[in-house]
Design a protein around this ligand. Structure first.
Ligand code: FE2
Length: 176
């Protein structure tokens, strides 16, 4: 096992100890998770030779530490210039940490009149190096890369393999 893999494993153990099995942690608790992630990030040995950056239009996902039981799992994501994601939920909590480049995040809320339309919450938020985005299971966001390719750490409350497929977590409706 490499030192980076060991560090990722230690991080997941620390998170498990912090959460004590909670599936829907509060925002303050997610803030503590984010601090653990921020502290561990330099130890993850994320060399570009091992985890090449995405080319323009490409989206790459690297598994750093995936809980075989489907619990909290850590991924490195590289999104190339010009890529974006439609509004979606994760259906689990998520902590995103910027490492390189900038991804713009727009949060949304479902309109109260339940016609399935979304409306924007606040302004687009730039998540660059060192910045964290905390999301709870029901939060909705859309992303787009600003400028060149970027790297972000994605820590999800459940392994992606245990979540519904991405397409089913997206909102097709228009928003305003
Ligand atoms: Fe997302």
């Amino acid at each position: 096992m490499s030192s980076g893999q060991a560090a990722a494993g230690i991080l997941l153990s620390g998170i498990a100890g912090l959460l004590q099995g909670q599936l829907t942690p509060s925002k303050p608790l997610l803030g503590q998770v984010a601090e653990l992630l921020r502290t561990a990030a330099p130890q993850l040995a994320l060399e570009a030779s091992r985890y090449p950056a995405a080319q323009a239009g490409q989206e790459l996902l690297y598994e750093l530490a995936v809980d075989p039981a489907g619990g909290p799992s850590l991924y490195l994501v590289s999104d190339g210039a010009g890529t974006s994601s439609p509004p979606h939920t994760h259906q689990t909590w998520a902590v995103l940490l910027g490492l390189r480049g900038v991804e713009l995040n727009q949060l949304f809320r479902l309109r109260g009149d339940s016609d399935g339309r979304l409306h924007k919450v606040g302004a687009e938020e730039a998540v660059g190096p060192g910045a964290c985005l905390l999301m709870q299971a029901e939060d909705i966001h859309a992303t787009r890369v600003r400028g060149e390719s970027c790297y972000h750490l994605h820590l999800y409350g459940r392994a992606l393999s245990h979540l519904p497929p991405f397409a089913t977590r997206c909102f097709a409706s228009k928003y305003e």
